[in-house]
Design a protein around this ligand. Structure first.
Ligand code: BES
Ligand code: MN
Ligand code: ZN
Length: 467
């Protein structure tokens, strides 16, 4: 569901605020005058002024008791503001209105984090609702508007990925893309066959729900200086196919279209923000299922553009659908840069864990831009190497490439997957984001909620709109 919490701005703190949040710094002094012995209270509760600290004080109000939430903001750095804001909305869960005296520093960062921490995904009626209204006293309108747009885009990406695969198939995903607010073109099975999208077809052929290739186009009103293509992995469920996953690994795989969800959400947000850059989004959508019509380990498929691949493991399906999309972008779209985003390998979770996504790139400048944008936007990326020595892992005796290494001489599962994709990206600046580790959260904490994270929306919007 979209974020249920609204965020509005008022000039002055209203006298009758039932739940009022007031920041204090590490000197333990509050940002506004209060009729409370603030420093005594903070000292009593051993407050230190750290971000995430909240001291709740009941206060007499006409007609009842109100509450003041004294909240620490640490050094007011973006990181501290995110922690403080997320703690506040979590504290106000189930309440009607939280009035917040905004701290110094970046208001957009503060509001974005507050809204993301309020995100919920519920099927049914149980569970406490997030705070209904956030009223920001003394904040500027513009950063609040941007924060809302960005947070809504993250929420959309989370919603799409959290949707059960019983509901979500490739055609459903194409319908959601058509609602993003930009022109959309969809390839059905017949057209995929006619145009030679052999990777997407092979991965989708085991499912009764056929694959789709989805193209979203955002064109700004003014002529744009650059054209970027974003490619998302859109596996609506990854059972592994005939190379079937064990249950433990399979049960998280409804979020295997998280990259595609990010692409859809970003394209919609670019239009809402009137970004001055032309962006084409591509989502390669298929359901990876085992059946009598499924592809077999040892099949040889022909990708868009004619390259052949020996499929040795049907669970390495993401690279197969992405290869078609990358080859299509290279052949038809003439972009200045291509960035793909995919929950591609379990191996990247081993390498970087759940807090950092991986970026691979053939282009140093592009890699640096993405790392910098990730740092600023709180979708942190670590650059990984495209180790040339490992390219031999993907040699096949009968096809142009194999989709996985046969033995274990090279290892490096996330790197070899990136090397596979590179073969299809052409000579243009290209980057690959492996978000398998960061695409899902196992905890409700800070700006994250259990389940899909929407990782990638914030870094891509930051990169596309601010650099
Ligand atoms: N969708 C998975 C990767 C994944 C794993 C995402 C865990 C999120 C959480 C991908 O399609 C996959 O199955 N990768 C294989 C590749 C292997 C067969 C070379 C993997 O990582 O095990
Ligand atoms: Mn797989
Ligand atoms: Zn997958």
């Amino acid at each position: 569901m979209p974020i249920e919490t609204t965020a509005t701005v008022v000039a002055e703190v209203p006298d009758d605020a039932e739940l009022l949040a007031v920041p204090y710094d590490s000197g333990l002094s509050p940002a506004v005058e209060l009729h409370l012995p603030v420093s005594g209270l903070l000292a009593h509760y051993d407050a230190k002024g750290e971000a995430g600290e909240i001291v709740e004080v009941p206060v007499a109000r006409p007609g009842g008791v109100g509450r003041v939430l004294l909240y620490g903001v640490g050094d007011a750095s973006p990181r501290a503001l995110r922690t403080a804001a997320a703690a506040l909305t979590r504290k106000a869960k189930g309440k009607d209105t939280l009035t917040v005296v905004t701290p110094g520093g970046d208001v957009a960062v503060f509001v974005e984090a507050a809204l993301l921490a309020a995100y919920t995904y519920r099927i049914g009626v149980s569970g406490r609702k997030p705070v209904r209204r956030l009223v920001l006293a003394g904040a500027d309108e513009e950063p609040v508007r941007r924060a809302r747009t960005v947070a809504e885009a993250v929420a959309l990406a989370r919603d799409l990925a959290n949707t059960p695969a019983s509901v979500k198939d490739p055609a459903w995903l194409a319908e959601r893309a058509a609602e993003a607010g930009v022109p959309v073109e969809v390839w059905d099975e017949e057209r995929l066959r006619a145009d030679g999208f052999g990777g997407i077809l092979a991965v989708g052929q085991g499912s009764v729900r056929p694959p789709r290739f989805i193209q979203l186009s955002y064109t700004p009103d003014e002529p744009a200086a650059r054209h970027v293509v974003l490619v998302g992995k859109g596996i609506t469920f990854d059972s592994g196919g005939l190379s079937l996953k064990p249950t433990e690994n399979m049960k998280t795989q409804k979020t295997d279209m998280a990259g595609g969800a990010v692409v859809i959400a970003v394209l919609g947000a670019l239009a809402a923000l009137k970004a001055p850059v032309r962006v084409t989004g591509l989502v390669a959508a298929a359901e990876n299922m085992p059946s009598g019509t499924a592809q077999r380990p040892s099949d040889v498929i022909k990708h868009y553009g004619g390259r052949t691949v020996e499929v040795l493991n049907t669970d390495a399906e993401g690279r197969l659908v992405l290869a078609d999309a990358l080859a299509y972008a290279d052949a038809h779209l003439d972009p200045d840069a291509v960035v793909d985003i995919a929950t591609l390998t379990g191996a990247i979770t081993v390498a970087l864990g759940r807090s950092m996504g991986a970026v691979y790139s053939s282009d140093d400048a592009l890699a640096e831009q993405l790392v910098t944008a990730g740092q600023a936007a709180d979708d942190r990326l670590w650059r990984m190497p495209l180790v040339e020595d490992y390219a031999g892992a993907l040699e096949s005796p009968i096809a142009d490439l194999a989709n996985v290494e046969s033995g274990s001489r090279f290892g490096a599962g996330s790197i070899t997957a990136a090397l596979f994709l590179r073969e299809f990206a052409g000579e243009r600046p290209w980057a690959h984001l492996d978000i398998a580790g960061v695409g899902r959260s196992t905890v409700d904490e800070g700006v994250l909620t259990k389940g899909a994270t929407g990782f990638g929306v914030r870094v891509l919007l930051e990169w596309l709109t601010r650099s």
